[in-house]
Design a protein around this ligand. Sequence first.
Ligand code: ARG
Length: 460
Amino acid sequence: MKLWQGRFDKKTDKLVEQFSSSLADDIRLYKQDIAGSIAYGKMLAGQKIIKRAEANEIIKGLKEIGKKIKAGTFKFLGSDEDIHSAIERGLTSHIGSMAGKLHTGRSRNDQVATDMRLYIKEEITGLKKLIKGMQQAIVNLAEKNIDVVMPGYTHLQVAQPVLFSHYIMAYFWMLERDKKRLNCAYNHADILILGSAALAGTTYDIDRNFLAKELGFKNISENSMDAVADRDYLVVFLNAANLIMLHLSRLCEEMVIFSSAGFGFIKIDEAFTTGSSIMPQKQNPDVAELIRGKSAKVAANYQALSGIIKGLPLTYNRDLQEDKKIVFDSLDTISASLEVMTKMLSGIKLNTTSMLEAVQKSFANATDLADYLVGKKIPFRKAHGIVGQAVKICVKKGLYLHELPLSEFKKINSVFDEKLFDAIAIKNVIAARNSLGGTSPKQVKKQISLATSLLLRDKG
Ligand code: ARG
Protein backbone atom coordinates (compact mmCIF):
# COMPACT_ATOMS: atom_id res chain seq x y z
CA MET A 1 0.00 0.00 0.00
CA LYS A 2 1.25 3.43 -0.93
CA LEU A 3 1.31 6.16 1.73
CA TRP A 4 -1.08 8.07 -0.47
CA GLN A 5 -3.23 5.23 -1.90
CA GLY A 6 -6.55 6.56 -0.47
CA ARG A 7 -7.75 8.65 -3.39
CA PHE A 8 -6.58 6.24 -6.09
CA ASP A 9 -8.60 3.46 -7.72
CA LYS A 10 -5.80 2.18 -9.89
CA LYS A 11 -2.51 0.69 -8.78
CA THR A 12 0.63 2.49 -9.90
CA ASP A 13 2.08 1.11 -13.11
CA LYS A 14 5.12 -1.06 -12.38
CA LEU A 15 7.16 0.97 -14.80
CA VAL A 16 6.24 4.16 -12.94
CA GLU A 17 7.20 2.54 -9.64
CA GLN A 18 10.61 1.70 -11.02
CA PHE A 19 11.01 5.02 -12.71
CA SER A 20 10.07 7.18 -9.76
CA SER A 21 11.69 5.29 -6.91
CA SER A 22 14.64 7.02 -5.30
CA LEU A 23 15.32 4.21 -2.86
CA ALA A 24 18.54 3.08 -4.54
CA ASP A 25 19.97 6.53 -3.76
CA ASP A 26 18.25 7.71 -0.62
CA ILE A 27 18.85 4.46 1.25
CA ARG A 28 21.95 6.35 2.30
CA LEU A 29 19.72 8.60 4.37
CA TYR A 30 18.24 5.87 6.54
CA LYS A 31 20.11 6.86 9.71
CA GLN A 32 19.16 10.51 9.33
CA ASP A 33 15.58 9.57 8.50
CA ILE A 34 15.32 7.50 11.67
CA ALA A 35 17.01 10.19 13.79
CA GLY A 36 14.59 12.78 12.39
CA SER A 37 11.60 10.55 13.10
CA ILE A 38 12.73 9.78 16.64
CA ALA A 39 13.11 13.48 17.39
CA TYR A 40 9.72 14.15 15.82
CA GLY A 41 8.06 11.37 17.85
CA LYS A 42 9.55 12.73 21.08
CA MET A 43 8.32 16.20 20.21
CA LEU A 44 4.79 14.97 19.44
CA ALA A 45 4.68 13.31 22.87
CA GLY A 46 6.19 16.33 24.60
CA GLN A 47 3.46 18.50 23.04
CA LYS A 48 0.81 15.93 23.99
CA ILE A 49 -0.12 15.48 20.33
CA ILE A 50 0.40 11.73 20.82
CA LYS A 51 0.70 9.72 24.05
CA ARG A 52 4.14 9.17 25.61
CA ALA A 53 3.60 5.39 25.51
CA GLU A 54 2.81 5.60 21.80
CA ALA A 55 5.92 7.65 21.15
CA ASN A 56 8.02 5.15 23.06
CA GLU A 57 6.71 2.30 21.00
CA ILE A 58 7.28 4.21 17.78
CA ILE A 59 10.84 5.06 18.83
CA LYS A 60 11.58 1.47 19.81
CA GLY A 61 10.26 0.29 16.46
CA LEU A 62 12.32 2.86 14.56
CA LYS A 63 15.48 1.80 16.34
CA GLU A 64 14.86 -1.83 15.46
CA ILE A 65 14.29 -0.95 11.83
CA GLY A 66 17.55 1.01 11.90
CA LYS A 67 19.38 -2.05 13.16
CA LYS A 68 17.79 -4.24 10.50
CA ILE A 69 18.73 -1.87 7.68
CA LYS A 70 22.26 -1.71 9.00
CA ALA A 71 22.47 -5.50 9.18
CA GLY A 72 21.00 -5.81 5.68
CA THR A 73 18.02 -7.83 6.92
CA PHE A 74 15.32 -5.20 6.31
CA LYS A 75 13.12 -6.28 3.41
CA PHE A 76 12.73 -3.46 0.91
CA LEU A 77 9.92 -3.77 -1.65
CA GLY A 78 9.77 -2.73 -5.27
CA SER A 79 6.80 -0.56 -4.34
CA ASP A 80 8.80 1.49 -1.80
CA GLU A 81 8.92 4.94 -3.31
CA ASP A 82 11.79 6.12 -1.19
CA ILE A 83 13.54 5.52 2.13
CA HIS A 84 10.87 7.48 4.03
CA SER A 85 8.05 5.31 2.68
CA ALA A 86 10.05 2.15 3.26
CA ILE A 87 10.73 2.98 6.90
CA GLU A 88 7.13 3.98 7.53
CA ARG A 89 5.90 0.75 5.93
CA GLY A 90 8.41 -1.21 8.03
CA LEU A 91 7.25 0.55 11.18
CA THR A 92 3.61 -0.19 10.39
CA SER A 93 4.26 -3.88 9.94
CA HIS A 94 6.27 -3.78 13.18
CA ILE A 95 3.95 -1.92 15.54
CA GLY A 96 0.72 -1.73 13.59
CA SER A 97 -1.34 1.23 12.44
CA MET A 98 -0.20 3.35 15.38
CA ALA A 99 2.94 3.96 13.31
CA GLY A 100 0.81 6.31 11.26
CA LYS A 101 0.69 8.77 14.17
CA LEU A 102 4.30 9.71 13.52
CA HIS A 103 3.27 11.53 10.40
CA THR A 104 0.97 13.91 12.29
CA GLY A 105 1.75 17.36 10.96
CA ARG A 106 4.71 16.14 8.96
CA SER A 107 5.23 15.71 5.22
CA ARG A 108 7.90 13.93 3.25
CA ASN A 109 8.72 17.37 1.89
CA ASP A 110 10.12 18.60 5.20
CA GLN A 111 11.30 15.10 6.07
CA VAL A 112 13.55 14.61 3.04
CA ALA A 113 15.16 18.02 3.31
CA THR A 114 15.80 17.47 7.02
CA ASP A 115 17.49 14.16 6.22
CA MET A 116 19.64 15.73 3.52
CA ARG A 117 20.68 18.60 5.78
CA LEU A 118 21.69 16.21 8.54
CA TYR A 119 23.54 14.04 6.04
CA ILE A 120 25.45 16.80 4.30
CA LYS A 121 26.54 18.29 7.63
CA GLU A 122 28.13 14.98 8.61
CA GLU A 123 29.73 14.51 5.22
CA ILE A 124 31.18 18.01 5.18
CA THR A 125 32.87 17.30 8.48
CA GLY A 126 34.38 14.15 6.95
CA LEU A 127 35.51 15.95 3.81
CA LYS A 128 37.26 18.62 5.84
CA LYS A 129 39.27 15.92 7.58
CA LEU A 130 40.35 14.54 4.21
CA ILE A 131 41.33 18.01 3.03
CA LYS A 132 43.37 18.50 6.17
CA GLY A 133 45.13 15.21 5.44
CA MET A 134 46.08 16.42 2.01
CA GLN A 135 47.21 19.77 3.36
CA GLN A 136 49.45 17.95 5.82
CA ALA A 137 50.94 15.90 2.97
CA ILE A 138 51.66 19.15 1.11
CA VAL A 139 53.34 20.71 4.14
CA ASN A 140 55.45 17.57 4.63
CA LEU A 141 56.53 17.63 1.01
CA ALA A 142 57.39 21.32 1.20
CA GLU A 143 59.41 20.89 4.40
CA LYS A 144 61.28 17.89 3.04
CA ASN A 145 62.21 19.76 -0.14
CA ILE A 146 62.45 23.25 1.22
CA ASP A 147 65.43 24.38 -0.90
CA VAL A 148 64.70 22.58 -4.16
CA VAL A 149 64.69 24.98 -7.12
CA MET A 150 62.42 24.67 -10.13
CA PRO A 151 61.23 26.90 -12.93
CA GLY A 152 58.02 28.80 -12.30
CA TYR A 153 55.82 29.13 -15.36
CA THR A 154 53.43 31.52 -17.00
CA HIS A 155 51.86 30.38 -20.28
CA LEU A 156 53.72 27.14 -19.49
CA GLN A 157 56.87 29.01 -20.57
CA VAL A 158 59.68 29.32 -18.07
CA ALA A 159 59.14 32.58 -16.19
CA GLN A 160 61.18 32.90 -13.01
CA PRO A 161 62.86 30.43 -10.68
CA VAL A 162 60.87 29.40 -7.60
CA LEU A 163 61.30 26.99 -4.75
CA PHE A 164 59.44 23.72 -5.18
CA SER A 165 58.21 24.23 -1.63
CA HIS A 166 56.68 27.56 -2.67
CA TYR A 167 55.03 25.96 -5.69
CA ILE A 168 53.48 23.06 -3.81
CA MET A 169 52.34 25.28 -0.92
CA ALA A 170 50.17 27.15 -3.42
CA TYR A 171 47.85 24.15 -3.21
CA PHE A 172 47.77 24.33 0.57
CA TRP A 173 46.11 27.74 0.33
CA MET A 174 43.66 26.63 -2.32
CA LEU A 175 42.57 23.83 -0.02
CA GLU A 176 42.39 26.26 2.89
CA ARG A 177 39.86 28.29 0.92
CA ASP A 178 38.03 25.07 0.04
CA LYS A 179 37.57 24.36 3.74
CA LYS A 180 36.17 27.84 4.24
CA ARG A 181 33.67 27.28 1.44
CA LEU A 182 32.70 23.97 3.03
CA ASN A 183 32.13 25.79 6.32
CA CYS A 184 29.87 28.14 4.44
CA ALA A 185 27.92 25.20 2.97
CA TYR A 186 27.72 23.71 6.47
CA ASN A 187 26.19 26.90 7.83
CA HIS A 188 23.67 26.96 5.00
CA ALA A 189 22.68 23.39 5.87
CA ASP A 190 22.58 24.03 9.60
CA ILE A 191 18.96 25.18 9.63
CA LEU A 192 16.03 23.17 10.96
CA ILE A 193 13.29 23.07 8.39
CA LEU A 194 11.30 20.24 9.99
CA GLY A 195 7.89 21.48 11.04
CA SER A 196 7.31 23.22 7.72
CA ALA A 197 5.13 20.24 6.77
CA ALA A 198 4.07 20.04 3.10
CA LEU A 199 4.56 23.76 2.46
CA ALA A 200 2.36 25.88 4.70
CA GLY A 201 3.23 24.77 8.22
CA THR A 202 0.89 22.72 10.36
CA THR A 203 -2.24 23.09 12.44
CA TYR A 204 -0.67 21.18 15.35
CA ASP A 205 1.06 22.89 18.23
CA ILE A 206 4.53 21.59 17.37
CA ASP A 207 7.74 22.68 19.10
CA ARG A 208 10.37 23.49 16.51
CA ASN A 209 12.86 24.75 19.07
CA PHE A 210 12.85 21.31 20.66
CA LEU A 211 13.40 19.69 17.24
CA ALA A 212 16.33 21.99 16.47
CA LYS A 213 17.99 21.19 19.77
CA GLU A 214 17.32 17.48 19.48
CA LEU A 215 18.70 17.26 15.92
CA GLY A 216 21.57 19.66 16.48
CA PHE A 217 20.53 22.45 14.12
CA LYS A 218 21.81 25.91 14.93
CA ASN A 219 19.00 27.90 13.34
CA ILE A 220 15.33 27.50 12.47
CA SER A 221 13.80 28.43 9.10
CA GLU A 222 11.45 31.39 9.10
CA ASN A 223 9.27 30.57 6.11
CA SER A 224 7.78 27.14 5.49
CA MET A 225 7.45 27.67 1.73
CA ASP A 226 11.06 28.70 1.38
CA ALA A 227 12.07 25.84 3.67
CA VAL A 228 10.62 22.93 1.67
CA ALA A 229 11.74 24.34 -1.69
CA ASP A 230 15.20 25.46 -0.61
CA ARG A 231 18.16 23.54 -2.02
CA ASP A 232 20.58 26.48 -1.83
CA TYR A 233 22.62 24.63 0.78
CA LEU A 234 23.28 21.90 -1.76
CA VAL A 235 24.19 24.36 -4.50
CA VAL A 236 26.60 26.06 -2.10
CA PHE A 237 28.02 22.65 -1.28
CA LEU A 238 28.36 21.70 -4.96
CA ASN A 239 30.05 25.00 -5.67
CA ALA A 240 32.58 24.18 -2.96
CA ALA A 241 32.82 20.63 -4.32
CA ASN A 242 33.44 21.92 -7.82
CA LEU A 243 36.28 24.13 -6.65
CA ILE A 244 37.91 21.33 -4.66
CA MET A 245 37.93 19.19 -7.77
CA LEU A 246 39.19 22.05 -9.95
CA HIS A 247 42.11 22.46 -7.58
CA LEU A 248 42.89 18.75 -7.56
CA SER A 249 42.58 18.69 -11.31
CA ARG A 250 45.11 21.49 -11.79
CA LEU A 251 47.57 19.71 -9.55
CA CYS A 252 46.95 16.47 -11.45
CA GLU A 253 47.62 18.20 -14.74
CA GLU A 254 50.99 19.27 -13.33
CA MET A 255 51.70 15.77 -12.06
CA VAL A 256 51.12 14.52 -15.59
CA ILE A 257 53.31 17.19 -17.15
CA PHE A 258 56.08 17.11 -14.57
CA SER A 259 56.34 13.31 -14.66
CA SER A 260 56.55 13.19 -18.47
CA ALA A 261 59.91 12.51 -20.12
CA GLY A 262 60.17 16.05 -21.48
CA PHE A 263 60.18 17.48 -17.96
CA GLY A 264 61.24 14.59 -15.73
CA PHE A 265 60.81 16.70 -12.59
CA ILE A 266 58.94 14.15 -10.52
CA LYS A 267 58.52 10.42 -10.30
CA ILE A 268 55.14 9.12 -9.24
CA ASP A 269 55.40 6.00 -7.10
CA GLU A 270 54.98 2.88 -9.23
CA ALA A 271 52.05 1.73 -7.12
CA PHE A 272 50.17 4.81 -8.30
CA THR A 273 50.79 4.35 -12.00
CA THR A 274 49.57 1.81 -14.54
CA GLY A 275 51.05 0.13 -17.60
CA SER A 276 50.04 -0.31 -21.20
CA SER A 277 48.67 -3.52 -22.71
CA ILE A 278 50.78 -3.06 -25.85
CA MET A 279 53.77 -0.86 -25.00
CA PRO A 280 55.87 -2.72 -22.44
CA GLN A 281 57.89 0.32 -21.40
CA LYS A 282 54.94 2.48 -20.35
CA GLN A 283 54.21 3.78 -16.89
CA ASN A 284 51.22 6.07 -17.02
CA PRO A 285 49.92 8.62 -14.51
CA ASP A 286 46.34 7.30 -14.76
CA VAL A 287 45.36 8.29 -11.21
CA ALA A 288 46.10 11.93 -11.94
CA GLU A 289 44.30 11.69 -15.27
CA LEU A 290 41.25 10.10 -13.68
CA ILE A 291 40.97 12.83 -11.07
CA ARG A 292 41.32 15.39 -13.85
CA GLY A 293 38.52 13.64 -15.74
CA LYS A 294 36.27 13.21 -12.72
CA SER A 295 36.49 16.90 -11.94
CA ALA A 296 34.43 17.55 -15.08
CA LYS A 297 31.63 15.44 -13.65
CA VAL A 298 31.52 17.40 -10.40
CA ALA A 299 31.48 20.67 -12.34
CA ALA A 300 28.55 19.25 -14.32
CA ASN A 301 26.80 18.23 -11.09
CA TYR A 302 26.93 21.82 -9.91
CA GLN A 303 25.39 22.91 -13.20
CA ALA A 304 22.82 20.12 -13.04
CA LEU A 305 21.40 21.12 -9.68
CA SER A 306 21.37 24.78 -10.66
CA GLY A 307 19.42 23.77 -13.76
CA ILE A 308 16.94 21.69 -11.75
CA ILE A 309 16.16 24.59 -9.44
CA LYS A 310 16.15 27.37 -12.03
CA GLY A 311 12.59 27.06 -13.31
CA LEU A 312 10.87 25.46 -10.33
CA PRO A 313 7.76 27.17 -9.05
CA LEU A 314 7.45 27.21 -5.27
CA THR A 315 7.32 24.94 -3.42
CA TYR A 316 8.23 21.26 -3.59
CA ASN A 317 8.38 19.62 -7.02
CA ARG A 318 9.46 16.05 -7.65
CA ASP A 319 12.37 17.33 -9.74
CA LEU A 320 14.05 17.97 -6.41
CA GLN A 321 14.41 14.24 -5.85
CA GLU A 322 17.20 14.34 -8.42
CA ASP A 323 19.38 16.27 -5.98
CA LYS A 324 20.44 13.03 -4.27
CA LYS A 325 22.27 11.37 -7.16
CA ILE A 326 24.08 14.60 -7.92
CA VAL A 327 25.18 15.29 -4.37
CA PHE A 328 26.07 11.70 -3.50
CA ASP A 329 28.08 11.28 -6.68
CA SER A 330 29.98 14.48 -5.93
CA LEU A 331 30.67 13.40 -2.35
CA ASP A 332 31.95 10.00 -3.47
CA THR A 333 34.11 11.53 -6.17
CA ILE A 334 35.69 14.10 -3.90
CA SER A 335 36.44 11.76 -1.03
CA ALA A 336 37.93 9.10 -3.29
CA SER A 337 39.99 11.71 -5.15
CA LEU A 338 41.26 13.37 -1.98
CA GLU A 339 42.23 10.05 -0.47
CA VAL A 340 44.14 8.75 -3.47
CA MET A 341 45.69 12.13 -4.19
CA THR A 342 47.02 12.45 -0.64
CA LYS A 343 48.64 9.05 -0.85
CA MET A 344 50.06 9.64 -4.30
CA LEU A 345 51.45 13.03 -3.34
CA SER A 346 53.14 11.66 -0.23
CA GLY A 347 55.05 9.18 -2.40
CA ILE A 348 56.34 11.38 -5.20
CA LYS A 349 60.10 11.66 -5.65
CA LEU A 350 61.69 14.80 -7.02
CA ASN A 351 64.41 14.81 -9.63
CA THR A 352 66.15 17.90 -8.27
CA THR A 353 68.87 17.77 -10.94
CA SER A 354 66.48 18.08 -13.86
CA MET A 355 64.51 20.77 -12.06
CA LEU A 356 67.64 22.82 -11.51
CA GLU A 357 68.83 22.17 -15.03
CA ALA A 358 65.54 23.45 -16.42
CA VAL A 359 66.23 26.71 -14.59
CA GLN A 360 69.89 26.90 -15.61
CA LYS A 361 69.08 26.30 -19.25
CA SER A 362 66.65 29.17 -19.38
CA PHE A 363 66.39 32.93 -19.16
CA ALA A 364 64.49 32.68 -15.88
CA ASN A 365 66.87 35.25 -14.37
CA ALA A 366 66.26 37.94 -17.02
CA THR A 367 63.99 40.01 -14.75
CA ASP A 368 66.75 40.02 -12.14
CA LEU A 369 69.23 41.40 -14.65
CA ALA A 370 66.78 44.22 -15.36
CA ASP A 371 66.37 44.77 -11.58
CA TYR A 372 70.18 44.95 -11.35
CA LEU A 373 70.16 47.76 -13.91
CA VAL A 374 67.39 49.52 -11.99
CA GLY A 375 69.84 49.43 -9.06
CA LYS A 376 72.15 51.41 -11.34
CA LYS A 377 69.48 54.12 -11.71
CA ILE A 378 68.23 52.97 -15.11
CA PRO A 379 64.40 53.17 -15.34
CA PHE A 380 62.84 49.68 -15.43
CA ARG A 381 61.36 50.04 -18.93
CA LYS A 382 64.78 50.95 -20.33
CA ALA A 383 66.43 48.16 -18.34
CA HIS A 384 63.86 45.73 -19.79
CA GLY A 385 64.95 46.76 -23.30
CA ILE A 386 68.66 46.40 -22.53
CA VAL A 387 68.18 42.91 -21.12
CA GLY A 388 66.04 42.06 -24.14
CA GLN A 389 69.03 42.90 -26.31
CA ALA A 390 71.28 40.71 -24.16
CA VAL A 391 68.82 37.82 -24.48
CA LYS A 392 68.79 38.27 -28.27
CA ILE A 393 72.60 38.04 -28.41
CA CYS A 394 72.58 34.98 -26.14
CA VAL A 395 70.04 33.22 -28.34
CA LYS A 396 72.22 33.91 -31.40
CA LYS A 397 75.32 32.57 -29.64
CA GLY A 398 73.59 29.61 -28.02
CA LEU A 399 74.34 30.87 -24.50
CA TYR A 400 72.37 31.78 -21.40
CA LEU A 401 72.72 35.11 -19.58
CA HIS A 402 75.10 33.76 -16.93
CA GLU A 403 77.35 32.36 -19.71
CA LEU A 404 77.69 35.60 -21.71
CA PRO A 405 81.07 37.26 -21.06
CA LEU A 406 81.13 40.65 -19.32
CA SER A 407 82.74 42.18 -22.41
CA GLU A 408 79.61 41.38 -24.44
CA PHE A 409 77.40 42.94 -21.78
CA LYS A 410 79.57 46.04 -21.79
CA LYS A 411 79.11 46.35 -25.55
CA ILE A 412 75.35 46.70 -24.93
CA ASN A 413 75.72 49.15 -22.05
CA SER A 414 78.77 50.37 -20.18
CA VAL A 415 77.09 50.30 -16.75
CA PHE A 416 77.39 46.51 -16.60
CA ASP A 417 80.06 45.25 -14.20
CA GLU A 418 81.18 41.91 -12.70
CA LYS A 419 78.47 42.10 -10.03
CA LEU A 420 75.79 41.33 -12.60
CA PHE A 421 76.69 37.65 -12.30
CA ASP A 422 75.88 37.69 -8.57
CA ALA A 423 72.58 39.39 -9.32
CA ILE A 424 71.53 36.64 -11.71
CA ALA A 425 72.87 33.63 -9.76
CA ILE A 426 69.88 31.37 -9.13
CA LYS A 427 70.29 31.20 -5.38
CA ASN A 428 70.40 34.98 -5.13
CA VAL A 429 67.54 35.41 -7.54
CA ILE A 430 65.33 33.30 -5.29
CA ALA A 431 66.54 34.82 -2.02
CA ALA A 432 65.90 38.29 -3.41
CA ARG A 433 62.18 37.59 -3.87
CA ASN A 434 61.64 38.33 -0.24
CA SER A 435 58.45 40.33 -0.52
CA LEU A 436 55.64 39.07 1.70
CA GLY A 437 54.36 35.85 0.10
CA GLY A 438 57.34 35.64 -2.26
CA THR A 439 59.48 32.61 -3.03
CA SER A 440 62.55 33.42 -0.87
CA PRO A 441 63.40 30.64 1.62
CA LYS A 442 62.63 33.08 4.44
CA GLN A 443 59.12 33.79 3.16
CA VAL A 444 58.40 30.16 2.36
CA LYS A 445 59.46 29.07 5.85
CA LYS A 446 57.17 31.72 7.29
CA GLN A 447 54.37 30.45 5.09
CA ILE A 448 54.92 26.87 6.16
CA SER A 449 54.93 27.74 9.83
CA LEU A 450 51.68 29.67 9.44
CA ALA A 451 50.20 26.71 7.57
CA THR A 452 51.31 24.32 10.32
CA SER A 453 49.72 26.42 13.02
CA LEU A 454 46.49 26.69 11.00
CA LEU A 455 46.36 22.90 10.74
CA LEU A 456 46.91 22.54 14.47
CA ARG A 457 44.28 25.13 15.27
CA ASP A 458 41.69 23.67 12.90
CA LYS A 459 39.99 21.00 14.92
CA GLY A 460 37.50 20.44 12.09
N1 ARG B 1 11.73 10.99 -2.56
C1 ARG B 1 11.24 12.33 -2.46
C2 ARG B 1 12.43 13.27 -2.73
O1 ARG B 1 13.52 12.86 -2.63
C3 ARG B 1 10.71 12.60 -1.13
C4 ARG B 1 9.70 13.70 -1.08
C5 ARG B 1 8.44 13.25 -1.77
N2 ARG B 1 7.43 14.25 -1.72
C6 ARG B 1 6.39 14.27 -2.56
N3 ARG B 1 5.58 15.24 -2.43
N4 ARG B 1 6.25 13.36 -3.50
O2 ARG B 1 12.26 14.42 -3.06
